[in-house]
Design a protein around this ligand. Structure first.
Ligand code: SAM
Length: 306
């Protein structure tokens, strides 16, 4: 079988790499890639840190992890790749790193393989889990959840104004086990939303995916723990793909880069422990978006421990 591919975002092996330009990996450095995926960014980091460098990679998806393991075989003495969710990272999980990198969300195989249930373009089981070894699928959630809980998910994670009305439809259909596949869900939304369905469908799938994988909770945890795992001078970069994530990253980085101030006089009492490396968020060029439309919503931000 042909190995699935994933075009890395904000990095190309031909030398143009906003990710490497900002994070500046150096020979001998230690890197933690918390979203290994198929290992494209990881391979670029490994090339940059050279034979004396080290990379630890995590992925919650065991299929992607085994593809990355195979791809990075040549580096086996300098890598440690684990089937792990970054939600379980702790301050004392590892000795500190020079670089921590996260490229959030989906990889291409999630969307391209109907059996994963991430895409409404193909019919498949309505699964939507990154980690298929545990937790409820999206079909289970729709079947078991109360109507109000479905509405909350659609509103919070899909930013859908008509969340209550859609939730009622989904709930009524799914209690009769009527929504087990991506096309069952698609049909239900098409009936409920009519001509607006093409706009709403991606929001519904996004909302369910974020909920099923606990994505925002995991990101919140990462934004607290990753800075604690950095050496002095260490860099932490995150590529996010929607405004809910980017808002959290922007806010967390801003807080880290603020000095302590005297509450009365406003003067600085303690210098900021981090500096922001991306004064403006880094986005893909028009050329990159043309070549890889999946990169279009990417936003990259990074900080450095002072
Ligand atoms: C955009 S892809 C990463 C692509 C990767 N940078 C590359 O070059 O191939 C995101 C990956 O992160 C994984 N992932 C998502 N949430 C995760 C989490 N909380 N912990 C660990 N891995 C996660 C997904 O399974 C997916 O493989």
């Amino acid at each position: 079988m042909k190995r699935p591919t994933h075009i890395p975002v904000l990095h190309s092996d031909d030398g143009h790499s906003p990710v490497l330009s900002v994070l500046k990996p150096l020979p001998g450095e230690r890197v933690l890639d918390v979203t290994l995926g198929l290992g494209s960014h990881a391979e670029a980091f490994l090339k940059a840190v050279g034979a004396t460098g080290f990379l630890c990679g995590l992925d919650t998806d065991s299929d992607n992890l085994s593809i990355a393991k195979d791809r990075l075989k040549a580096y086996e003495k300098q890598i440690d790749l684990r089937h792990e969710n970054f939600r379980s990272l702790r301050e004392d999980s590892f000795p500190p790193f020079d670089i921590i990198f996260a490229d959030l969300g989906l990889s291409s195989p999630h969307i391209d393989r109907p059996e994963r249930g991430f895409s409404f373009r193909f019919d498949g089981p309505l699964d939507l889990r990154f980690d298929q070894t545990k937790g409820a699928t999206a079909a289970d959630f729709l079947h078991d959840a109360a109507e109000d809980d479905i509405a909350d998910v659609l509103f919070r994670y899909g930013e859908l104004r008509e969340s209550r009305r859609l939730a009622k439809r989904l709930h009524d259909r799914s209690i009769n086990d009527g929504i087990r596949t991506t096309f069952d869900l698609k049909k239900c939304i098409e009936i409920a939303a009519g001509y607006r369905a093409p706009k709403i469908l991606p929001q519904v799938f996004q909302a369910l995916r974020i909920h099923i994988n606990g994505e925002l909770g995991a990101l919140e945890h990462l934004l607290i723990v990753a800075p604690l795992l950095l050496k002095t001078g260490g860099r932490f970069g995150v590529i996010s793909y929607h405004s809910l994530e980017d808002r959290m990253v922007k806010q967390a980085f801003k807080q880290r880069a603020e000095p302590d101030r005297d509450p009365v006089r406003g003067g600085i009492t303690k210098a900021a422990p981090f500096e922001i490396l991306t004064k403006k968020p880094v986005k893909p060029s028009d050329e990159e978006v043309r070549a890889n439309p999946r990169s279009r919503s990417a936003v990259f931000r990074a900080i450095r421990r002072i």
